[in-house]
Design a protein around this ligand. Structure first.
Ligand SMILES: [Zn+2]
Length: 355
C-alpha cells in the first residue's frame, strides 16, 4: 500500500549523522560499526532506497536547527544566523537529491498530482516526493527569512521544537507565543503555509489556536491518554484540531508510545513497544472524531533515535507495510485504511493548495 509519512528528518541524518541516504539501511549500518558518538549508531531504519522498497513514496521532510540562548542546557546553535545557515545546508542536500533523481519536491497541486500518478506504478528508481517543512522556527532570523524560505519551497512550519523558542514555547517548556510568535503566525497565514502544531506547549498551543485561522496539521504527535506528557495531545487538543480539519500523524518514538520509558535504559523489548501502540493512538483519534479522516502516519523514524527506541516490529521503515493488516484486524475497512496510510494527508494538501 502507498504510504505518506508526515515527518522524517532526512537532511539532518545526511548532514549531522553523515548518512548517505541513497544507500540501503544495511549499508549505512555497516558504515557505522564501532561508532559511539551517538546512541543510535548502527540502529538506523530509514534510507531513500528502503522507503522505495516499502512504498513510502511521499513524505514531509524537515529542515531543523535550534538556536539556544546563553545558559541553556539544550543543544543548539548560539545564534539564529548559524541556525539559518544550517537549514540552508540541509536544503542544499535536498536539492542535490533532486539532481540525481532520488527525490522530487512537492510544492503545489500540479506536482502533487503528477507525483501520485507516477507512484501508481512505481519502480525502484521512482523519486521520493517530499514536502519541505521547518521543525522549530528559531532559524527564521527575520520575517523576511520566512518569505525567502517560502520561495525556496517551504510549505509547512512548526513554530517550536524543544524548550523556549523565539516564536513559541515548545516541549518541556511553559509559556506563550508573544509578539514575535503572533507576527510569525500572521506571515504563515499570509503565505498559505501549513502550521504544524506539533511540539507547541499547552499555553502556546491554545494561544495559537485562538488567533490563527489558516491551515493546521500536526505532523508527528501522539495522545496524552496513553503517555501523560506535555509532548502529547490531550483529548481537548485533539478535538480542537479535528474541528479545524487537521490531520495528526502518529509517531514511532518509543517514549511517546508507552508510559515510564527511561531513555538509554528501557528497551523496546522489555517495555513491550510495538506497532500495536500506534494502532491504539490511531484508533483513539478516530474514536474522538467519529471517522477516519483526521489521523495519519508521521513516524519521525531516525529522528535522533533508532531501533533502540522504536517498536520491536520495525527493522526498517519498510515495515510500515505491517500497519494496514493490523488496522484490518482491528476492524478497519479498506477505505479507512487508505485514509490513514496516505489519503488524509494528501486530501489535506489538495484542500490547502489551489494550484
Ligand atoms: Zn519532533
Amino acid at each position: 500500500m502507498f504510504i505518506f509519512d508526515a515527518h522524517l528528518d532526512l537532511s539532518m541524518n545526511a548532514l549531522e549523522w553523515n548518512r548517505d541516504l541513497t544507500w540501503t539501511v544495511e549499508e549505512i549500518r555497516k558504515s557505522e560499526v564501532g561508532m559511539t558518538d551517538k546512541p543510535d549508531r548502527e540502529k538506523n531504519t530509514v534510507s531513500l532506497d528502503t522507503m522505495r522498497k516499502g512504498n513510502i513514496g511521499i513524505c514531509v521532510a524537515t529542515q531543523i536547527a535550534r538556536y539556544v540562548k546563553k545558559g541553556s542546557t539544550l543543544p543548539g546553535w548560539n545564534s539564529p544566523q548559524q541556525a539559518w545557515a544550517q537549514t540552508q545546508g540541509q536544503l542544499a542536500w535536498y536539492k542535490e537529491m533532486e539532481k540525481i533523481g532520488e527525490m522530487t519536491p512537492i510544492t503545489n497541486l500540479q506536482q502533487l498530482n503528477k507525483h501520485l500518478a507516477l507512484w501508481k506504478n512505481p519502480d525502484l528508481k521512482s523519486p521520493i516526493g517530499y514536502i519541505l517543512s521547518l521543525e522549530g522556527a528559531d532559524s527564521i532570523v527575520t520575517i523576511d527569512h520566512l518569505e525567502k524560505s517560502h520561495e525556496q519551497g517551504l510549505r509547512a512550519i512548526g513554530p517550536a521544537h524543544y524548550g523556549p523558542g523565539t516564536y513559541a514555547h515548545g516541549t518541556d517548556s511553559v509559556g506563550g507565543i508573544g509578539i514575535k510568535g503572533k507576527e510569525l503566525l500572521k506571515k504563515i497565514h499570509e503565505l498559505n503555509l501549513i502550521l504544524d502544531a506539533t511540539h507547541l506547549c499547552d499555553i502556546s498551543f491554545w494561544e495559537t489556536m485562538k488567533i490563527y485561522e489558516g491551515p493546521v496539521w500536526a505532523s508527528h504527535n501522539n495522545c496524552r491518554k496513553f503517555v501523560n506528557h506535555n509532548r502529547q495531545y490531550s483529548d481537548e487538543q485533539i478535538k480542537e484540531l479535528i474541528s479545524r480539519n487537521a490531520v495528526i500523524g502518529i509517531a514511532l518514538d518509543a517514549w511517546m508510545m508507552v508510559p515510564n520509558w527511561i531513555r538509554g535504559k528501557s528497551t523496546p523489548e522489555n517495555m513491550g513497544v510495538s506497532l500495536m501502540q500506534m494502532i491504539d493512538n490511531i484508533d483513539h483519534i478516530c474514536q474522538l472524531s467519529g471517522n477516519t479522516l483526521h489521523v495519519g502516519i508521521g513516524t519521525d523514524l531516525d529522528g535522533a533515535f533508532g531501533k533502540e527506541q522504536c517498536p520491536t516490529d520495525i527493522d526498517t521503515i519498510a515495515d510500515l507495510q505491517k500497519i494496514p493488516q493490523m488496522l484490518s484486524d482491528k476492524g478497519y475497512h479498506e477505505q479507512d485504511i487508505n485514509n490513514i496510510m496516505h489519503q488524509n494527508f494528501i486530501s489535506f494538501l489538495q484542500s490547502v493548495w489551489t494550484n
